[in-house]
Design a protein. Structure first.
Length: 604
């Protein structure tokens, strides 16, 4: 019997010409499978929805166990006596992310071993494992080598080894560095230059490190942050960049310190594998470079002048997280701010984490726990409702190719519960497009996420999308591409209707919050929607705004295309939308006043 070579990533070295190559997921194809002169099984591994539901629950249980071990050992390694909350603020997201990633990869491996016999893998040799310097985020999303390392750390049975690859992280031709990402994210143009110059001259963005209240984004725009500063009598300031991250490339690994992370063994073999993987994958900045990083923090910020409260969205900057952790140790309050969709709507591990390490979680209108504090949605402060009738076309907002669901590699188990497998997701979209009338399809533009445009030519993105569809409908081929020349707000302002194909979308909440006619279709069961959100989505479904089949969504789009405004403003539907907005996308003419009152109360 011929051996089956299991292709786990898009790394070309793992493909074999003399064997049948089993492709486990779309990321392995890498968009250029026609260049491989290999025998390929295109039957991609589709995982059951319940697998990801189990994985989400398992992640939470393992996180609560493992973070305690990591916190205890890091105190021992660094000779400190910091609280577990300190370590959670600093690197809880890393630990959570590692657990979710490894569980997801275990599900894929188990599925392969159940489905195929006589299998072998090409894995990275243990002595070739790499350790990142600062941040895993881009490695997790884009790097084939790092993702093969994760698979290799789970498969320890030599029975399945075909070969061990001696490939290092810095040898991967697809490596996407933090520096490249930072360069891309910098604003450009004359307005951006003026803005950056003012920031540099007045340094207003960073006064919050030693002010009474420190505000770090959370979706609040620059102009509204200025207004809050003035409204509070200059008591609120921004806190964005502590200093430059240290260069750790020349610092060698301290095997003795890393071995301490593996000292606690349990009867749970999988938990032990996760701890062992973390001991290798944890960036140098938390082990070998920790003292250097703390020194940079102390050189740039007087920790004795810690704010009364820090209000923040998620931060990817380890120096900022270290500052937050140090401030909390000195009794600063930490306030997490909802920054997007999914919160309050689905069982969201990221939300649980943010609530657990914070004193309050500011939501966009809903309340489920004692720590939850509803305030007008931060991203909608000062924005006007859409009121004028528009006769533009339909904008279709999709995440289908390379955003939360893949970015090449899986990022979040909860998102997979929402979206399902990418292949099924695209088949739904194919069905939706095929059910749109000839007249309407000519007036639809599909808008991919900007990350798609960043790494692919727009037409290549669409071709890849069509290719994944299997047998794309003629209508799908006729779709026009939005070129991202306008922001979403402006694009929606010029459209008559906006369609979303994913549950938990931030943009959906933003637009319905601004009273824009929208349609949402998603393959999600009500059992996966939180109790607090369930009645609101059932009402949206009753009024044909939320659909759980692509056919019904397309039928509504066809029916209302000529005049969606009249349909949207019918009394029953209008009331349904208002109720939803008040709870999940709250807007208020006195939003800044309410935020000011809440912030000042934190000093009591």
């Amino acid at each position: 019997m011929r051996e089956n070579n299991i292709v786990l990533t898009g790394l070309k070295l793992s493909w074999k010409k003399n064997k049948k190559n089993i492709v486990i997921a779309p990321w392995c194809l890498n968009g250029n499978q026609e260049n491989y002169e290999y025998e390929i099984d295109y039957t991609l591994t589709n995982l059951d929805h319940d697998d990801f539901k189990w994985a989400s629950q398992k992640s939470q249980v393992l996180y609560e166990r493992i973070i305690r071990i990591v916190a205890e050992k890091l105190n021992e390694i660094h000779g400190l006596n910091k609280s577990m909350r300190f370590w959670e603020i600093l690197l809880g997201q890393f630990v959570y992310g590692q657990i979710e990633l490894l569980i997801e990869r275990k599900i894929y491996i188990d599925s392969i071993l159940d489905k195929y016999s006589n299998v072998q893998f090409s894995l990275i040799a243990n002595d070739s494992f790499g350790t990142p310097d600062v941040d895993l985020f881009y490695l997790m999303l884009y790097n084939h080598t790092f993702n093969l390392q994760l698979f290799s750390q789970l498969i320890v049975d030599n029975e399945y080894y075909e070969s061990e690859l001696s490939v290092k992280l810095n040898q991967a031709d697809d490596f996407f560095s933090r520096e490249q990402a930072d360069d891309y994210s910098k604003s450009s143009g004359y307005l951006a230059l003026l803005k950056n110059t003012l920031n540099s001259v007045f340094n207003y963005r960073d006064k919050g490190f030693e002010s009474e209240f420190a505000l770090r984004t959370g979706g609040i725009s620059s102009i509204n942050r200025w207004k809050l500063t003035l409204l509070t009598g200059l008591r609120v300031w921004g806190a964005y960049k502590v200093g430059d991250l240290p260069s750790l490339k020349k610092i060698t690994l301290d095997d003795g310190k890393r071995e301490k992370l593996k000292e606690i063994r349990t009867e749970d073999d999988f938990q032990n594998k996760i701890i062992e993987a973390i001991s290798i994958n944890i960036p140098k900045i938390y082990i070998e470079g920790f003292d250097l990083t703390r020194g940079i923090l102390e050189d740039n910020v007087d920790l004795n002048k810690n704010p009364t409260a820090i209000l923040t969205g998620r931060s990817s900057d380890p120096l900022v997280r270290l500052w937050q952790a140090e401030c909390v140790e000195r009794n600063s309050k930490l306030v997490a701010i909802q920054h997007g969709g999914g919160y309050g709507e689905v069982d969201f591990n990221q939300e649980k984490f943010e609530r657990s390490v914070s004193d309050f979680l500011v939501t966009w209108g809903w309340k489920e726990h004692d720590k939850d504090l509803p305030l007008p949605a931060s991203k909608l402060i000062g924005k006007n409702e859409y009121t004028a009738k528009k006769r533009g076309g339909v904008v279709w907002i999709t995440n289908s190719v390379e955003h939360y669901n893949t970015r090449r590699y899986r990022l979040n188990i909860t998102r997979q519960q929402i979206f399902g497998e990418r292949q099924n997701f695209i088949e739904w979209n194919n069905t939706f497009a095929g059910s749109i009338s000839e007249k309407v399809i000519q007036n639809i533009e599909i808008r991919f996420k900007p990350v798609d445009i960043k790494y692919d030519d727009l037409k290549k993105v669409l071709y890849h999308y069509l290719d994944l569809s299997g047998k794309p409908t003629e209508n799908l081929k006729k779709l026009s591409l939005d070129d991202w020349s306008l922001s979403l707000t402006e694009k929606a302002r010029n459209a008559r209707l906006v369609v979303f194909d994913q549950f938990g979308s931030t943009s959906f909440l933003e637009l319905i919050g601004l009273n824009k006619p929208v349609i949402l279709f998603a393959d999600i069961d009500y059992e996966d929607i939180r109790d607090i959100a369930k009645p609101y989505y059932k009402k949206l479904e009753e009024y044909d705004i939320f659909h759980r089949t692509p056919e019904s969504a397309a039928q509504t789009v066809n029916e209302i295309f000529e005049d969606p405004e009249t349909w949207w403003n019918e009394p029953g539907r209008n009331q349904c939308v208002d109720n939803f907005r008040d709870t999940f996308a709250w807007t208020d003419d006195e939003a800044l006043k309410k935020w000011k009152e809440f912030i000042l109360e934190l000093s009591d």
